[in-house]
Design a protein around this ligand. Structure first.
Ligand code: FES
Length: 135
């Protein structure tokens, strides 16, 4: 099995690792096929400039993943892809989008990218629930 250069780079030096204190949304997901886990933290705010001005965007995003090289690289990649996006655009990111951006994943490792895609969706859902409760 061969990982792309980008996967190896992000596995050894992942970006946006950690936790956000007072996160607006937290997504916690597990991969049933291997037992690996991921937590993703988001901070939401309104865009002040550009075409998304006034819309809610992901101001900050961090993750903690207990998993294989593909899980760590996809987690890191989704945080980079999602940062600054509107919530609607961020939740559209699929595991295929992430894999493509990574220069591909070995077929038996595609399931690992579910963690990142599902984790982000779960964090956005959690944010919306928290917001609805505050109303
Ligand atoms: Fe568990 Fe990759 S083997 S996420």
């Amino acid at each position: 099995m061969q990982y792309s250069k980008k996967v190896m780079e992000l596995f050894t030096k992942p970006k946006n690792v950690g936790e956000i204190k007072n996160a607006d949304g937290i997504g916690e997901v597990g991969n049933p096929s291997c037992g690996d886990m991921m937590s993703i933290y988001i901070k939401v705010g309104k865009a002040t400039t550009g075409k998304n001005k006034g819309k809610e965007i992901l101001k900050d995003i961090k993750f903690k993943t207990y998993g294989c090289a593909a899980a760590i690289a996809t987690s890191s990649m989704i945080t980079e892809m999602a940062k600054g996006k509107t919530l609607e655009d961020a939740e559209k990111l699929s595991r295929n989008d992430i894999a493509e951006e990574l220069g591909g994943l070995p077929p038996i490792k595609m399931h690992c990218s579910n963690l990142a895609a599902d984790g982000l969706k779960a964090a956005i859902e959690n944010y919306r629930k928290n917001k609805a409760k505050k109303k």
